[in-house]
Write a protein that binds this ligand. Structure first.
Ligand SMILES: [Fe+2]
Length: 314
């Protein structure tokens, strides 16, 4: 009898040890769903929920870089709640959602916009909010002009929403998609202010940042819209030149480099590219059934690495 008891205790000891190890390993991997530019496609959010269930996909977190809705330049000034209905649906896929507004979302999602001032040129960004959480208790939150620490191993997400005008590559005067709520100069001021907070937050080499913006930097493939068949005269520039100038600096290319920069807005720019040493991801528009899955791993070298990025189309 005693022998059986000893064998049982030994078995339980190793079983619990193995379970603990598996649990620890699991905590070092984050599976993140990236949905952008839903544009009120409740249908595609439901398709995505069914796809995730069918393929047994579980996500620690959803990142959403804006354009939940379809509001035009006048409607954005209204207190529209369409984005909340979409958040309710996204919550059926993961309860943790970090999001920012796009140019087609209500102005209520911004902490301040230049248009609220008598002289918009005098606009200054508000102080950047920083909060600390574990990935398990984020729930859903708007992170425009904010930093959130999502993992005890110093992994942060910072958000900056909104867009600027998109124009023809060959003719800056020809605005193709009106932006909201920034000019390029204001956008650079806002993003620069956010990144200054990262200068203060990042203390060690291993502190890692995922930058979540609605638009990306100018002059890269994920912010260009080419027409088919290709025509130089119709190529659209939807990225920000001031963001490009800011992030091409040695500081953000090397010393304070984000682990990954995720943006949406340019549906036709879906893909993964490099802006110097910063990887840039545009998941495409969920309004067209496109989304991405990002796996991050905290390695034995004590640093966050991109384990995998998948593109899907439902
Ligand atoms: Fe947009």
């Amino acid at each position: 009898m005693l022998e059986y008891l000893i064998i049982l205790i030994i078995f339980l000891y190793f079983y619990i040890k193995r379970l603990n190890k598996a649990c620890q390993e699991k905590k070092k991997i984050l599976n993140i769903l990236i949905t952008s530019d839903i544009h009120l496609s409740f249908e595609n959010v439901e398709k995505l929920r069914k796809w995730a269930k069918k393929n047994n996909k579980k996500f620690d977190l959803i990142l959403n870089p804006g354009d939940f809705c379809n509001l035009d330049e006048n409607q954005v000034y209204k207190n529209d709640t369409g984005y909340q209905a979409l958040l309710d649906r996204l919550r059926t896929i993961s309860k943790n959602i970090l999001y920012i507004p796009g140019n087609h979302d209500t102005k209520m999602l911004y902490d301040s916009i230049p248009q609220d001032l008598e002289n918009p040129d005098e606009w200054e960004p508000l102080p950047v909010m920083v909060s600390t959480n574990s990935v398990n208790n984020i729930h859903d939150r708007n992170i425009h002009n904010k930093f959130v620490q999502i993992h005890e191993k110093n992994l942060f997400v910072a958000g900056f929403g909104g867009s600027i005008d998109a124009y023809l590559y060959d003719n800056k005067e020809k605005v193709e998609w009106p932006g909201f709520p920034y000019t390029d100069e204001q956008y650079g001021k806002g993003l620069g202010h956010l990144m200054e907070a990262w200068d203060r937050i990042k203390k060690n080499n291993n502190d890692s940042l995922i930058l979540l913006t609605h638009i990306g930097p100018a002059w890269i493939s994920t912010t260009s819209k080419n027409c088919k068949p290709y025509n130089d005269n119709e190529k659209i520039q939807s990225g920000s030149e001031s963001a490009y100038e800011l992030m091409r600096s040695y500081k953000y290319q090397e010393l304070k480099k984000p682990l990954l920069w995720i943006h949406g807005h340019t549906h036709a720019g879906k893909g993964l590219t490099d802006f110097g040493s910063i990887p840039i991801l545009n998941p495409g528009g969920l309004c067209y059934g496109q989304f991405s899955i990002l796996s991050l791993k905290y390695t034995d070298d004590n640093e966050w690495k991109i384990e995998n990025i998948e593109f899907h189309n439902i």
